[in-house]
Write a protein that binds this ligand. Sequence first.
Ligand code: LLP
Length: 438
Amino acid sequence: MADPMARLELFPVTTRVAGDPPRLFIDGVDVAELARHHGTPLYLYDQATLDQAVDAYQEALARHYPGPSIVVYAGKAFLCRALVRWAVARGLGIDCTGAGEIQIAVAGGAPRARILVHGVNKTPADLDAALAHAAVLVVDHLGELERLGAGWLQGASEPELWLRVRPGLAVDTHAYRQTGQEESKFGMGPAELERAVRLCLDRGLPLTGIHFHQGSQFRDPTPLGAGLDRVLEMVARLRDLTGWTPRHLSPGGGWGVAYHEGELPHPPVEPYVAFVAQRLVAGCAARGLPLPTLHLEPGRSLVARAGVAVYQVGAVKRTGPRRWLLVDGGMADNIRPALYGARYSCLPVVEPARPALGPAWVAGPYCESGDVLISGLPMADVAPGEWIAVPVSGAYHLAMASNYNGARRPPVLWLAEGRARTVLRRETPADLLARDVG
Ligand code: LLP
C-alpha cells in the first residue's frame, strides 16, 4: 500500500512532521496544540502557501505576457477581512459577487481601485454597492445594462463597465462547474454582445473590458484557447462595426488543484498562464487588435492548498465491510464531496506516518447518508479522540458552509511567522438565534 506520507505534498508548503510523538506542524505551529486549544472542527490557513501561489501567478505573467496584467482573487472561494488585507498587500484585485462580498472587501480595507463585481442577477442592493465601492462592474446581460443605462449610473464616474461573454465552450470539469457553454446561464452570446456594445456607445457608458469564464477546477487549458479565439473573433467584429476595442480582457479563473494523492502533483500555474498569455498575444496580432491589460481571476488555485480542516474522531464504527471514522464536521463545513463527488484525503495529526490498517470512510455527524467526506481511503488504526487533518480545504468549504442540523460554522486561524491568530471565531448557538426574530 502506498506510503501515507505521500499525502504531505497536499498540505501547505510549510507542513512538517516533528516532535515526540511525531506530529504535524504547519508554519512551525503544532496542529495538535491548536486543536486542543481551539476545539474542532477547525480551519487553518497558511500564509506562506498563499504567498507562494500568488508569486507563481505574478512571476508567470511577468515572464509570458508583454502587456500589463493583474491577478484578481475570486473572493467566492473564501473571503474574510484577513484574506482581503493579505490580497491587498499582495497587489491583487478582489472579485466580489454581490453586496455581501463587497461589504467584506470594504471592511478589509480594499480600495475602490481593487474591487471588481460579478453577478448573474444583481439586485438593486448589489448594483448600489458596486456603484459605491467598485472600480469595475461586469455586466452579465442586456437587461442589466438597460437598467444601468436608464439612470443607475447617473452622475457616477465609476465604476467602469465590462461585458461578460459566453463563448459557447466550457472546460472539462464537473457539469456543475461549467460556465462557458452555449446553454449556460452566464453571460452574453455574440448577438446580445453586439447590442450591448452599441447601447454603451450610444449612451456614453464607460465600457472598457470584456470578461469570460469557462468553468472551474480544470487542468487542461486547451478549451480556453478555443474560447479565447472565439471571444477575440467577436471583439474584432465589434471593432469593425463600431470602432470600440476593450482595454481590459479577463479569461476568468478556474485553474485546478490536486485534492487527493492520486491527483498529485499539483497542476503548476506557469504552463497555464503561459498558454493563455501566448494565445492572447497571437490572437491579438492576427486580428490587428491592441494588447489589452490581461486579468486572471483565480480563486481555488490561490487558496485551496493553504487551507487545512482539522476534525476529531468521535467514534470508530464497523458496518458490513466498512470501517467508519465518525468526525465532528462534515457536509455543513464541506459540501464538496456531496455536491460534486469530490475526492479528499487525510492524515492523523499525531503519528501521521503510521501504516494503513485498510480503507476507511470518514463521515460527519449530520442526518444525511451523503454526509461522507472521504470514501475508501487507506488509513491507520485511528482511535476515538484522535484528530485528523484534511488538506486542500481552503477553497469553497467555509464559503459554502451551512448551519444544517444547527451546526455552528468553524473558526479560522491564520498561520504566519510561526504564530496562529484567530481571524474568524466559531459560531455559537447565540449566533444561530441572532437572526431568529420570530
Ligand atoms: N471568475 C468567475 C467569474 C467565477 O465564476 C469563478 C468561479 C472564478 C473566477 C474562480 O474560479 P476558481 O479559480 O476558484 O476555480 N463551488 C465550486 C466552484 C464554483 C466556482 C464558481 N465560479 C467548487 O467547490 O468546486
